[in-house]
Design a protein around this ligand. Structure first.
Ligand code: CUA
Length: 354
């Protein structure tokens, strides 16, 4: 008994210590890093305070009554059944509290649902099984798993789910040029806790949300709606940059993929890419126009791949190319039975795509 108490006490203290250092948590709504998240947090905190006060009062009264009116020989508590005043009070009080919470909540839902009016940019976030595609319609850029944004700018995110419906119809529009994606069109949820609350990504409709980062930085996000086998590996990063750095990124992304030096390992990789089956699914600017898989034009400039489940290293890439589904359960990238040499040169090629 005493040991269990000590365990509980440890848990409680641990929780308090953790709560005290939210500033270092990369995926905490309490550690807001932009105006949208800040507004939501400013609403969340008073609601938590109200809920906590009510919890303590109600549970405290419950425990007190349990103790006070515990069973004792010959003691029958005063019966108050049918006390109209009490019943009216505890019907009206919760209704009032809910009304107090509803008004600011609903008005904020409407305020945040509007398209941004000031300095803004539109991106499409497309949920695939199980990775994120990011399209910049005005900049003509398509990338995956890493969403680059300028800081101090409202980014209007249009959310679409890509894939095929039960009846075999490909969906994805209007986010993408309707390209038949691999996998099923299912519900995902786009969530970058430090930049905004979560929003569902629903096949056949376009939900929108605004995210904003006040400072340059890397803000991890993840799919927050169960979407199949590798849902837990459907992560992504938002990388906020100064406008100058962002412009440099844009210029580089808009360029076609660099061509490897003839005879180099990367050049051998390009040959494998062209002949082993990769071109069916992957687009590389100036090389191939595949559909279904992530655009790899500047793959070598990314930090992570496979839904940000893995960082871009030779070891991870090699493991992945040998047998994707053994790394990421259910992966729609097939095992192409590549030889060790083919994998080595493909890795060199992918890493050269800066
Ligand atoms: Cu996509 Cu969970």
């Amino acid at each position: 008994m005493r040991r269990r108490l000590r365990g509980l006490l440890g848990l409680a203290i641990g929780g308090l210590v953790l709560a005290a250092c939210t500033d270092t948590l990369p995926q905490s709504s309490f550690n807001s890093a932009g105006d949208v998240a800040q507004q939501q947090k400013d609403l969340l905190i008073p609601i938590i305070v109200i809920a906590t006060v009510i919890f303590v009062l109600v549970e405290g009264a419950l425990v007190w009554f349990l103790y006070k009116y515990r069973h004792r020989e010959g003691s029958e508590p005063l019966q108050v059944h049918g006390n109209s005043r009490l019943e009216i009070a505890w019907t009206i009080a919760p209704a009032l509290i809910l009304a107090i919470i509803t008004v600011p909540t609903v008005s904020m839902i409407y305020a945040l649902a509007k398209a941004p009016a000031g300095k803004s940019m539109t991106v499409y976030a497309v949920g695939h099984q199980w990775w994120w595609e990011f399209d910049y319609p005005d900049l003509n850029i398509t990338t995956a798993n890493e969403l680059y944004i300028p800081d101090d700018t409202q980014v209007y995110v249009k959310l679409c789910a890509a894939g095929t419906t039960n009846s075999g119809t490909p969906v994805g529009a209007p986010c993408t040029v309707p390209a038949p994606a691999v996998g099923e069109a299912v519900v995902h949820s786009f969530w970058v806790p430090r930049l905004a609350g979560k929003q569902d990504v629903v096949p056949g409709r376009t939900n929108t949300m605004t995210i904003e980062a006040n400072e340059p930085g890397v803000y991890p996000g993840q799919c927050a709606e169960f979407c199949g086998l590798s849902h837990a590996f459907m992560r992504f990063k938002v990388i906020a940059q100064t406008p100058t750095d962002f412009q440099a990124w844009v210029t580089n992304q808009q360029a076609e993929a660099p061509t490897p030096v003839a005879g180099s390992a990367a050049d051998g990789g390009l040959q494998v890419f062209n002949t082993a089956g990769c071109i069916g699914c992957h687009t590389i600017g100036g090389v191939s126009e595949g559909i279904g898989g992530p655009n790899l034009t500047h793959f070598g400039a990314r930090d992570c791949f496979a839904g940000c489940m893995l960082s871009v290293t030779e070891e991870n890439l090699s493991k992945w190319l040998h047998d994707p589904a053994s790394v990421k359960p259910g992966s729609f990238m097939p095992n192409l039975n590549l030889t060790d040499d083919q994998v080595t040169s493909l890795v060199a090629y992918l890493e050269s795509l800066k």
